[in-house]
Design a protein around this ligand. Sequence first.
Ligand SMILES: Cc1cc2nc3c(=O)[nH]c(=O)nc-3n(C[C@H](O)[C@H](O)[C@H](O)COP(=O)(O)OP(=O)(O)OC[C@H]3O[C@@H](n4cnc5c(N)ncnc54)[C@H](O)[C@@H]3O)c2cc1C
Length: 377
Amino acid sequence: MRVGIIGAGIAGLVAAYSFQREGHDVSVYERRAEPNVEGAGLTLFGNAFAALDAIGLGERIRGIANNSLPWLRTGQRTPDGTWLTSMPQETIGQLYSVHRIKLHETLLGSLAPGTVRTGMEAAVTADGSPCVALAATTETYDLVIVADGLHSRNRQRLGLDTGIDYSGYTAWRGVTSKPVNIAGAAAETWGQGKIFGFVPLPDNKLYWFGTRNLPAETSFDDEYQAVKDSFTNWHDPIPECIAATEPHDVMRHDVYDLHKPLSTFTRGRTVLIGDAAHAMLPNLGQGAGQGIEDAVTLAILLNQTRPYDIDHALARYSRLRRPRTTRLWRQSRLMAQVAQASNPLAVRLRNFGMRLTPPQLIGSLTQQLHRWYPPEV
Ligand SMILES: Cc1cc2nc3c(=O)[nH]c(=O)nc-3n(C[C@H](O)[C@H](O)[C@H](O)COP(=O)(O)OP(=O)(O)OC[C@H]3O[C@@H](n4cnc5c(N)ncnc54)[C@H](O)[C@@H]3O)c2cc1C
């Protein structure tokens, strides 16, 4: 089968690997000159690794990731350092953190040379026929996979777009370049309309993020100073994390998700995966994980449907993936409302509720999210 993929993000690259390992002829079109030019860290839970294991990539990704969280105290804290809740060890046993650039490099390095063609803006046809329009030519495939992310123009071309919504908060992200003493803990700290979190990466580095409720497209003259000012006087080692990061290694993005879940992920022989299909807020750390699940599900359904009944497999893909990703899209929004609460009374109630909630309950709810099994074929 000839497979054309638009977008060399995590979802597109995992899809490329999943199809290529089964002997399909795969081309990936990426509009950037370099597919992995920026990125901080990423956390991947057990569900992402179950999917990666299903295509034989799990060990390779574990090999570039850090899995020290189970040995640290994790959970939620207040800005003065008081613990609101501690996560049970079994909840985070399968949680790995990885540098995004390293992940991209590893995924790219797993593909046959020449699979990814960079600097190529690609467009689908509105009726979903499996063609990819490039600047000077049109390529025809048996299947086109759209993995062009949150701002997907191809989702619009296919008439599937529901629009995107600003979450109300912006996020700085960074990776430290000097050692920071985390004193055996790696938590998320929830303040009023702000969150700060960090996790260890390989090579003694930390990936951290800091969020703050702000109008969309707010700009600062000095981003580094802005993030420092946003978390001054927060408990150790939060100011140290920022100070241990080179200013040019700090990035900021306003955070968006889909306005509404899509009614289908397919149009003709064209199929959406990753953020293009179900962009969700990052508050459950599941965006990339869901893109990985999509890519692997699609490949398993198509690889094992013989003779290739592509239409049937695509319909099944959409039926399988929409309920799970819709649930996570909704739960991520809910979690964002709770975590980014800024009204002082709402914050007091939230913190009170969290202190009362048994950690085992939080643990069993999150563990349900982190389970994934390959589709039966
Ligand atoms: C602050 C923050 C923290 C996050 N943390 C986590 C986390 O810890 N764990 C997690 O699982 N997820 C996390 N996410 C979500 C995660 O980053 C995304 O879900 C994931 O990166 C989406 O991958 P993707 O491949 O679908 O899309 P993208 O990574 O957006 O890739 C799309 C690619 O398509 C290319 N492209 C676009 N249009 C075209 C075109 N027309 N032609 C050719 N190429 C095109 C783009 O250049 C890009 O390379 C976080 C998100 C944010 C904002």
